[in-house]
Write a protein that binds this ligand. Structure first.
Ligand code: F0G
Length: 484
C-alpha cells in the first residue's frame, strides 16, 4: 500500500493519489447530532447569533476550533491507563518531560493546563508594564495576556500576509526589516520577542526556517529573549519540509528540533499539535525564569510535576507529541485541508491562499463585498453556514480584533476571515464533502446575506460572549421577521 505519496514539485503539497484517505482505522464512534433549519433559526436567536453560545448537541459539524477537539489514538488511551496520579514526583511527569526535552531541547519543562496559562505565567514573570512584545501575529489570548500585564503586543507579519490572494509560501514570516528597526527604536523596552508557528491569526500560514533563523539572530543581537508560540509546530515543520528549498530531505522532527533550538523557550498548547483534549506547557532555558514560573505555577496551576493536568493527560500528551510528527499523518492532514480549500475556490468562495495547516480561512470581505466591516461580514457568513447546514465555524476578523473608536467610528481588523478549523483525526473526507455541498447553497444566496449589529460587547476577548442582532437584509434572505 503506497498511501498518499509525497510530491515535491512545488511548495504546495499535491497528493499523488486521487483519493485522500485517513491513515487510521476507526475503533470508537460518536453519533452526529442533526437539527432542522427551523430549530437552528430558533437556536441562533436564543444564542444571540454568537456561535460560541450554542450547545454542541445542536451542531452537526463543529469546525469552531482545532483546539482540544481532536481524536486520540488507541496508544494515547493505553498510555492514560498507566498514569501515575501522585501529587508530587509522578513518573508520568518524567516520561512527559523526556519527550518534550528530546523534541525541544529546552532545560525546564513546566506543565500548564493549557496554552494561555503558559502565556500568563511567562508574561507575569518576564514582562513589566509598558514593555513591548513583538510577534508575527499575536493570537488573541496571547495579546490579551500581554495587555492584562500592562504590556504592548505588536504584530510585524510580512506584508504578503495582508493579501489573502497572494500565494507566497511563508505568509507567517515576521518582517525582518521591520523587526530590526523595531528592536532599535524600542531598545531596552522589549521584554521578549515571539514568533507564532503556524501563524493562526494570519491564516494558519507557516514561517520559513530562514525567517525563524533570521528572527533568532536579530533577537540575539539585541539581547532580547526569543519565545516560540509553538502550538502547531509540527504543521509548521511539515510545510517547511514541503515548501522550503533545501529542506525536503530532512525529517519533520529534525526540522522541528532545529526550530526549537533557535529560541530560548516556548509556550505550547497541547490541544493543537499535542493531539490532546487538555494540556500545555511552558519551556525555558533560563534557570531564574524557571524558578519564578514554578513559584507562580504552584499558586494557580498546581505542583510542578502536574501543573494543572492529571497525570493521564501528561501521558496522552507525550504520545501525541510523537504521533503528530508522523509523515503519513501530516501528508494526509495537509492534503485534506487543501482539498477543502480547492473545493471552496472551485465553487466561487475566495479563501486565504495558499492552504494553511489546521484550517481554511474564507475571505469574507471578498465574498460579501456588500457588507461593511462594522457590520461583521465574517460573523454573518458564520451564522449563515450554521443556519444552512448546522456547521459551526469561527469569525476571525472585526468581531475579534475590531474596536469602536471614541469618536463613534470603528477600527476594523486587517482581514475579515471565517475559519473552518479542522480537528485532528476527527472528521472524514465525506464530512468535508458535506461542508462543500452546503457552501454551494450559500453561494447561490450570497447577495442576500447582510450584516450583523453587535448589541453587547464584553471588554476582553469580545468574540466569546458578544451578542448580535441581524440587520434586515440577512433576515430577509432567510424569510423570517426581525427578532423582537
Ligand atoms: N496561541 C495560539 C497560536 C493559539 O492558536 C491558541 C489557541 C493559544 C495560543 C492558546 O492556547 O487555547 O490552549 O489556551 N487557539 C485556539 C484556537 C483557542 O481556536 O485557535 P489554549
Amino acid at each position: 500500500m503506497t498511501g498518499v505519496t509525497r510530491a515535491r514539485t512545488g511548495y504546495e503539497y499535491r497528493p499523488v493519489m486521487g483519493v485522500i484517505f485517513e491513515p487510521f482505522k476507526i475503533k470508537t464512534v460518536e453519533a452526529i447530532p442533526f437539527t432542522t433549519e427551523e430549530q437552528r433559526r430558533m437556536l441562533l436567536r436564543e444564542a444571540s447569533y454568537n456561535l460560541f453560545l450554542l450547545p454542541s448537541a445542536t451542531i452537526t459539524f463543529d469546525f469552531l476550533t482545532d483546539s482540544g477537539t481532536s481524536a486520540m489514538s488507541d496508544q494515547q488511551w493505553a498510555a492514560m491507563m498507566r498514569a501515575d496520579e501522585s501529587y508530587a514526583g509522578s513518573s508520568s511527569y518524567w516520561r512527559f518531560e523526556k519527550v518534550v526535552r528530546e523534541l525541544t531541547g529546552y532545560r525546564h519543562i513546566i506543565p500548564t493546563h493549557q496554552g494561555r496559562a503558559a502565556e500568563r505565567i511567562l508574561f507575569s514573570c518576564a514582562l513589566e508594564s509598558g514593555q513591548h512584545i513583538p510577534n508575527n501575529n499575536h493570537f488573541d489570548t496571547t495579546r490579551a495576556n500581554i495587555e492584562y500585564q500592562g504590556g504592548i503586543g505588536d504584530d510585524l507579519v510580512v506584508t504578503e500576509n495582508h493579501d489573502p490572494q497572494s500565494d507566497f509560501p511563508f505568509k507567517g514570516n515576521i518582517d525582518l526589516r521591520r523587526l530590526e528597526n523595531y528592536l532599535e527604536e524600542n531598545a531596552g523596552n522589549v521584554a521578549l520577542g515571539m514568533l507564532t508557528i503556524t501563524n493562526n491569526t494570519g491564516g494558519g500560514q507557516p514561517a520559513s526556517l530562514a525567517n525563524i533563523r533570521g528572527a533568532s539572530a536579530l533577537y540575539r543581537k539585541h539581547g532580547v529573549p526569543f519565545f516560540l508560540d509553538a502550538c502547531r509546530f509540527a504543521e509548521n515543520a511539515f510545510m517547511i519540509q514541503q515548501r522550503e528549498a533545501g529542506q525536503s530531505d530532512r525529517s519533520v522532527r529534525e526540522i522541528a528540533q532545529e526550530v526549537f533550538s533557535l529560541a530560548d523557550g516556548c509556550t505550547m498548547s497541547g490541544k493543537k499539535d499535542g493531539i490532546v483534549n487538555m494540556g500545555g506547557f511552558l519551556a525555558v532555558n533560563d534557570a531564574d525564569l524557571a524558578t519564578d514560573a514554578r513559584n507562580l505555577l504552584i499558586l494557580t496551576e498546581g505542583f510542578p510535576t502536574y501543573g494543572g493536568q492529571a497525570a493521564r493527560d501528561l501521558e496522552a500528551f507525550a504520545v501525541g507529541l510523537d504521533e503528530v510528527l508522523d509523515q503519513r499523518y501530516l501528508e494526509y492532514r495537509m492534503a485534506s485541508t487543501k482539498y477543502l480549500k480547492d473545493g471552496l475556490n472551485r465553487i466561487g468562495i475566495p479563501t486565504m491562499q495558499p492552504a494553511g495547516g489546521h484550517a481554511v480561512y474564507i475571505d469574507a470581505r471578498a465574498f460579501l463585498p456588500h457588507v461593511p466591516a462594522r457590520e461583521f461580514p465574517g460573523q454573518s457568513l458564520a451564522v449563515a453556514l450554521y443556519l444552512e447546514g448546522g456547521i459551526r465555524t469561527c469569525e476571525i476578523g472585526s468581531v475579534m480584533f475590531g474596536k469602536p473608536t471614541a469618536d463613534g467610528g470603528f477600527d476594523a481588523a486587517d482581514l475579515e476571515l471565517v475559519r473552518i478549523a479542522i480537528p485532528r483525526r476527527r472528521y472524514t473526507q465525506s464530512h468535508i464533502d458535506y461542508v462543500l455541498e452546503n457552501c454551494e447553497r450559500i453561494v447561490a444566496k450570497k447577495d442576500l446575506i447582510g450584516g450583523m449589529e453587535m448589541v453587547e460587547r464584553p471588554p476582553f476577548l469580545p468574540h466569546f460572549r458578544a451578542k448580535f442582532a441581524p440587520i434586515d437584509s440577512w433576515v430577509a434572505a432567510h424569510g423570517e421577521a426581525a427578532p423582537d
